[in-house]
Design a protein. Structure first.
Length: 208
């Protein structure tokens, strides 16, 4: 377990909180995958481990697993940090916009945000969600004209090229910095935090 011991953020008899890296799978998806997922590695040491929620491949930060099959993730508040294109006019706000559901149709989705710092052509923001729709944060910020910096899917090629050339980077930053939840067994409110990745902090320092 030495490879992952430093990435354990929280552990008790029922839950395991781990710091996921960017470009790391939580679970193995469809198709051929060369690397084992985080879950596959962890379950070698935790045979009864259960996936309670997921983060996208590019997203880093807190992931919580259940250590027994009857452990469920009750309502949780997930807080992320990211950098978006442009100086946001409002320092805080709510983006409420329906998003496509995986099973078809549209579902309600809400993202609350707070601007932590503004730069010449970007804003460092903290976003809070409870719904967790597919690519919710990326889609919501793009919908108000502030896509994530270096997001090729929901941004545009000109903006991507501008930041990619300037910083010699190719992927956006989205970090799940904190999750607050009701413990599924004790009922107590707990919070699990993941430190900011060095490459993310370096990027912020270079933006200044």
């Amino acid at each position: 377990m030495s490879l992952y011991s430093k990435r354990i953020l929280y552990e008790d008899d029922h839950l395991l909180g781990v710091n996921k890296l960017s470009c790391e799978l939580v679970v193995k998806g469809r198709g051929k995958v060369q690397k084992l997922s985080l879950f596959d590695y962890l379950k070698k040491d935790y045979p009864g481990l259960k996936v309670l929620h997921r983060l996208d491949f590019e997203t880093s930060g807190v992931v919580v697993f259940g250590k027994s099959k009857d452990t469920e993730l009750i309502k949780a508040k997930k807080i992320y940090r990211t950098v978006v294109i442009g100086r946001m006019k409002n320092n805080r706000g709510v983006i409420s916009k329906k998003l496509p559901a995986r099973t078809g149709g549209e579902v309600e989705a809400m993202t609350r945000y707070n601007v932590l710092r503004k730069f010449k052509d970007a804003s460092y923001v903290e976003a809070e969600i409870e719904t967790g729709r597919h690519h919710q944060i990326r889609k919501h910020f793009a919908s108000i004209g502030h896509p994530l910096v270096l997001d090729q899917v929901y941004g545009n090629e000109r903006q991507y090229s501008k930041f990619s050339r300037r910083f010699r980077l190719k992927k956006f930053f989205l970090h799940a910095v904190r999750i607050e939840m009701e413990h599924p067994v004790t009922g107590k409110r707990i919070a699990i935090e993941a430190p900011m990745p060095k490459v993310f902090n370096d990027f912020l320092n270079n933006l200044a």
